[in-house]
Design a protein. Sequence first.
Length: 212
Amino acid sequence: MISLYRAIVICAISISLISTGCSSRTSDATVESAPAEAQSPPVQSPPLRSPDVVYVPTPPQVVERMLAIANVNQNDVLYDLGSGDGRIPITAVQQRGVRRAVGIDINPERISEANANAQQAGVTDRVRFLNQDLFQSNFSDATVVTLYLLPELNVKLRPQLLSQLKPGTRIVSHDFDMGEWKPEQTAQVEVDGRTHNVYFWTVPANPPANLR
Ligand SMILES: C[S@@+](CC[C@H](N)C(=O)[O-])C[C@H]1O[C@@H](n2cnc3c(N)ncnc32)[C@H](O)[C@@H]1O
């Protein structure tokens, strides 16, 4: 009877040691091997929800004009909201030397494409892509925000831009304005016979109530 009892106790202690060892090894590995990029989900993640706008890339000439009109430079932290294949954040690092660039896209396929492009461009130390809904995102550390969405999405996003962003933050939008919030500057870029519009705003210290 006593030996049966001892056998049960020894067995219980062994199981407990094995499971403790396993769980601590798992958590150590998770902590040690989790770079910033690991925040992006794997390719097979299901979409968060349908995108609000389909993917259409901004031509490189227009990307360059957007970065130029906002005077993007090495002191900046740039966010592209709806970042597609990552061309705007990647170009901001390559051509303008920004401190950091972040792309946010709801579509996990775009995120893995963007991560592959950043890898190929050798800029993964300064670019991050996050699989998030931009309407649920916090981009308050941005000094520059770039957009290529739709007119109604820009207007829907306006209160979030004005409440999250610091006064002085620059915003550039490809092709679409911001409704009642009139741009400070505009530019046109001709690409293959089509005119692309670029709009530029600066976040004011006290936005008027009708824009918030
Ligand atoms: C017109 S593309 C612009 C891509 C890139 N910014 C460029 O200019 O080349 C719009 C992107 O927004 C993404 N998108 C749509 N709705 C979104 C949402 N709610 N949150 C985050 N991304 C979204 C789409 O998946 C798509 O990649």
